[in-house]
Ligand binder design. Structure first.
Ligand code: SAH
Ligand code: SF4
Length: 376
């Protein structure tokens, strides 16, 4: 949470990264460090998240003394867009520079009715799914709450330049959000906070490959956001082959955790199913899937496999995918197909990677202030 100060004589710095604090943590910090009452946290949140004022000296409803104290002790890392690629379908993929000079990607997906922002939760991913390009990076590190929150801030602000906004926020970019569950929970608290980014949990979806204890922890946090789960197979043998996480928590354990996941009425879990030709799109899979989901408040999202050269999978035909949708619908399962967006810029599901892939950079026209120690 603290950052190195370029100016501190002994190199030590106790400045706090504002974007990593939930409002509750900021209240505590203000009380402990400055003897200030809890409502100051709300004031500060609104200046930063509502008005985008990060120069504390301009926060006119705080006393001059407090402003000076806070200016010396709080730190607001600035956004750094390395590149912004724009697909012919309008989808925008951002390459962002984060702490430690790592790069992550976040994607603004243009859709006819509702635009969606897809954010990353880790640099790389440890889960090793065989069909996913992010897996080829391995895990470099977790993103901090600040790095997650700032992806959303940046996308909101950049979207204004295009005269648009997003309605849905999904944690389906690089990384396994529930492997980084504590930071994701904190980031979501800030994103949902009425004095923060004020995005309703109804519009947020966190996708997991199936880390059972973390699903329980996430449910207990009562964030009221939607859960999506990458099932991607209907038998343990196949799932183990394509998703090594299944060796630790098999399909039965995963489905049990989903049955126990706390949900408001009328909410349901999204079951994601990446369709891999000849691997998980067989007749028997189509028979088993509705049986597995029986009794679960779930809807299915079929994802045609997006090609990653060298990983050895194929995409089923369009007919096969539509056939699956019809069959599942006839079982009473609400089923949608996620046709890929931004394929010309490798912005689709499972195509995000920064350490190993070469991206054609289009420089962002907008200049972001990037202090030397900073970072997204
Ligand atoms: N780690 C989380 C979220 C990020 S991946 C998870 O796995 O759920 C987001 C979605 O993309 C997951 O459903 C995953 O199964 C899917 N995916 C990964 N690689 C893909 C590919 N090459 N084509 C289509 N979908 C892919
Ligand atoms: Fe990680 Fe999700 Fe890719 Fe699996 S599909 S490697 S969990 S990002």
């Amino acid at each position: 949470m603290t950052v190195q100060s370029s100016g501190a004589p002994d190199g030590a710095d106790t400045r706090v990264d504002f974007y990593s604090l939930t409002r509750g943590e900021l209240e505590e910090w203000l009380q402990r460090e400055c003897g200030e009452p809890p409502f100051r946290a709300r004031q500060l949140f609104q200046w930063v998240y509502w008005r985008r004022v990060t120069d504390v000296l301009q926060m006119s409803d705080l006393s001059r003394g407090l402003r000076e104290q806070l200016a010396a002790r709080l730190y607001f890392p600035q956004a750094g867009i390395d590149s912004r690629q724009i697909s012919t379908d309008g989808t925008r993929k951002y390459l962002l520079r984060v702490e430690k000079d790592d790069r992550i990607e976040c994607v603004f997906i243009k859709q006819p009715k509702r635009n969606t922002l897809c954010v990353s939760s880790q640099v790389g991913c440890a889960m090793g799914c065989r069909f996913c390009r992010t897996a080829t990076m391995g895990l470099r590190r977790h993103l901090s709450p600040s790095e997650i929150v700032r992806q959303v801030l940046l996308a909101i602000d950049d979207a204004k330049e295009f005269g648009d906004a997003f309605e849905n926020l999904v944690f389906m970019g690089m990384g396994e959000p529930l492997h980084n569950v504590e930071n994701v929970i904190k980031a979501l608290e800030i994103i949902r906070d009425a004095s923060g980014l004020n995005i309703s949990g109804r519009r947020i979806t966190v996708s997991t490959s199936g880390l059972v204890p973390a699903i329980e922890r996430f449910g207990a946090a009562n964030l009221d956001v939607n859960l999506a789960v990458s099932l991607n197979a209907t038998d343990d043998e196949t799932r183990e082959q394509v998703m090594p996480v299944n060796k630790r928590w098999n399909i039965a354990a995963l489905l049990q955790a989903l049955r126990e996941f706390p949900m408001k009425p009328r909410r349901c879990i999204t079951i994601e199913y990446v369709m891999l030709g000849g691997v998980n799109d067989r007749r028997e899979d189509l028979v088993r899937l509705p049986k597995l989901l029986h009794g679960l408040r779930a809807k299915v999202n079929l994802i045609p496999y997006n090609m990653n050269a060298g990983l050895g999978f194929t995409t089923p035909s369009k007919e096969r995918i539509l056939e699956w949708q019809h069959a599942l619908l006839s079982h009473g399962l609400s089923t949608t197909i996620r046709w890929s967006k931004g394929p010309d810029i490798d912005a689709a599901c499972g195509q995000l990677a920064t350490a190993t892939s070469k991206v054609t950079k289009i420089r962002a026209e907008r200049a972001y202030e990037a202090p030397s120690e900073s970072t997204l």
